[in-house]
Design a protein around this ligand. Sequence first.
Ligand SMILES: Cc1cc2nc3c(=O)[nH]c(=O)nc-3n(C[C@H](O)[C@H](O)[C@H](O)COP(=O)(O)O)c2cc1C
Length: 165
Amino acid sequence: MKMAVVSYSLSGNNQMVAQKVAAGLGIEHIQLKEGRKRRALNTLVDIIFNRTPRVSPEPDVLAGYDFILLFAPVWMGHIATPLRSYLKYIGEQRKQYGLIAVCGGVNRNLKAKVTGYAGVEPAVLMELAIMIELGVKTPFYRLNSAEAERLADKVLAGLRGHFKL
Ligand SMILES: Cc1cc2nc3c(=O)[nH]c(=O)nc-3n(C[C@H](O)[C@H](O)[C@H](O)COP(=O)(O)O)c2cc1C
C-alpha cells in the first residue's frame, strides 16, 4: 500500500505534527498552500457559502497513492476548508484515508461532516485537542517542537494499532 501524508496548516501546528509523522513512517509529505493570505473573514465566508478554496498542489497529485493521511486544523467546528477539494477527490477516486486534526478543543460531529465532503468515512480519525492533550489555556496555542513530537508519537501509536504494525 502506497501512503502519503498531506497537511494543511495556517499557524504551523498541523504542519509540524504531520512532518514528524511522515518522517516516522518514512513517507512523502505533501503540504497544501493557498494562493492568498487567509484572513478570519475568508474562513467565515467559506463556511457560510460552503466554498471550496483552491489549493496547490491540485488533488490529482494523489493519483499514485492508495492511502492518504490528512492533517488539518478545525475552524468553527469544520475541518479547515482548504482540505475540501482533497476530500472530494479522495471520495471520487474511492481511496482510503485517515484524518488527524490538531485542533483546539472538542468538536461535535467532525466525522459526519468530513464524511459528508468525501462521501466515504475515514478509516482513521483522531482529534488531537491541544487544550486537552497539553492542558494549554487557549485553542490558538502554537506548539513547540517537543509538544509536536508528543502528538506525533500518539498518532504513530494509533496508526500502528490500526494497521497492526
Ligand atoms: C478562525 C479559527 C477558528 C477555530 N475554530 C476552532 C474550532 O471550532 N474548534 C477547535 O477545536 N479549534 C478551533 N480553532 C483552533 C485551531 O484548530 C488550532 O489552533 C489548530 O491547532 C491550528 O492548527 P494550525 O496551526 O495547523 O493552523 C480555530 C482556529 C482559528 C484560527
